[in-house]
Design a protein around this ligand. Structure first.
Ligand code: WQD
Length: 347
């Protein structure tokens, strides 16, 4: 049974990917220092799959501790690398935090991949590498433009490091997965997105406002040149993103890759505005959301959504969830968090 190391395994996309890997017959170990996630996800993964996944509470910036994980698991055949900070707005305010964490962690990981001759490596990249695209939808050959945020710059640098790495190190093949906007939660509501502190991303901001954790939320900018003035994004269900990782690591294991660093866009191909996302949530939840129309947020691109034909054709990726499902599952997860918090309070 192929053993996959998932970094950031207790995070939002990492935990959903571990569930999908296990459901597709892979053995999994995780590295996560819980800087932006909690160990609750390990319990959720076990409840869903019946499998207890070992998580090493290790920071990838600590090379010796990272290397020890590979030493203890010499049968690792592939790595899926999620562990990184990912809030566009925060990265504008804290650039050094982002460059140190996202780049330094990747470099240490690749030193281990090289030493232990790991064959397959899937990298969590992002549509932010396209910057403000001139034409949409974007394809994998759309120009990588100047990143609009340090977060986007760390993803561009990560892709460059990996492209150079695969040119030099023949034993490892890489896939770069460029996510659009991952949202929603596992249908079981046993795992989901648990932002630490005030949510930076749209959907957790919506659900935390709806449940009363936040008094209101802000729509960042309604004067953009879009159909309703708010930004356009390609929201994609986290379970669809997760399954694409399983397909990608299998694609590499089957040596189907066309180059040693293939790239795939992971988006639905549908552009949705912030206001449309909010209104869909209101329809799904029956809740009138308390939001204000505010100024633009630094680092935001105006509009972006994917041409996902390559992932559909090459990986055999089929999207299962629509925007309504994304909002339904995100809301069910928020309700589950509230239920758990109330249970703790009553004990
Ligand atoms: C979406 C839209 C905000 C919060 C994300 C990830 C990044 C990458 C790309 C994966 C923007 C608006 C948000 C709020 C708002 N994905 N918004 N009020 O910036 O597109 O980046 O997708 O790698 O990791 O962070 O996502 O959810 O922050 O913002 O109006 O309270 O919602 O201005 O237009 P973004 P986001």
């Amino acid at each position: 049974m192929a053993k996959i190391l998932v970094t950031g395994g207790t995070g939002f996309i990492g935990s959903h990917t571990i569930v999908d890997l296990i459901e597709n017959g892979f053995s999994v170990v995780s590295i996560d220092n819980h800087a932006r996630s909690s160990s609750y996800a390990v319990a959720g993964i076990e409840q869903i799959t019946g499998k207890k996944v070992k998580n090493y509470k290790v920071d990838l910036k600590n090379f010796d501790e990272t290397r020890a994980v590979f030493q203890e698991n010499p049968d690792i055949t592939g790595v899926i690398h999620f562990a990184a900070y990912k809030a566009v707005g925060e990265s504008v305010l804290e650039p050094i935090l982002y460059y140190e964490n996202n780049i330094f962690g990747l470099i240490n990981l690749l030193k281990c991949v090289q030493e232990f001759e790991v064959a397959d490596f899937v990298f969590s990249s992002s549509c932010t590498v396209y910057g403000n695209p001139d034409t949409i939808p974007v394809t994998e050959s759309s120009p990588v433009k100047k990143a609009e945020s340090p977060y986007g710059a760390t993803k561009q640098m990560g892709e460059q490091v990996l492209a150079d790495f695969t040119k030099a190190i023949e034993k490892t093949a890489v896939i770069l997965l460029r996510y659009f906007n991952p949202v929603g939660a596992h249908p079981s509501a046993l795992i989901g997105e648990s932002p630490v502190g005030k949510p930076q991303n749209l959907v957790p901001a919506i659900t935390q406002t709806a449940i009363g954790k936040l008094p209101k939320m802000m729509v960042f900018g309604t004067d953009y040149p879009t159909r309703d003035g708010s930004c356009v994004r390609d929201y994609i269900h986290v379970c669809d993103i997760a399954h694409a990782h399983t397909l990608a690591i299998q694609y590499l294991a089957d040596k189907k890759n066309k180059t040693r660093c293939d790239i795939f866009n992971l988006g639905t191909g549908d552009g949705v505005t912030v206001l449309e996302a909010i209104h869909t949530f209101e329809e799904v939840s029956g809740i009138k959301l308390n939001y204000e129309l505010g100024p633009r947020r630094a680092g935001d691109v105006v509009a972006i959504y994917a041409n996902n034909n390559l992932a559909v054709k090459e990986l055999g990726w089929k999207i299962k969830y629509g925007l309504t499902d994304m909002m339904k599952t995100a809301w069910a997860w928020e309700l589950k968090i509230k239920e758990a918090e109330e249970k703790v309070k009553s004990n």
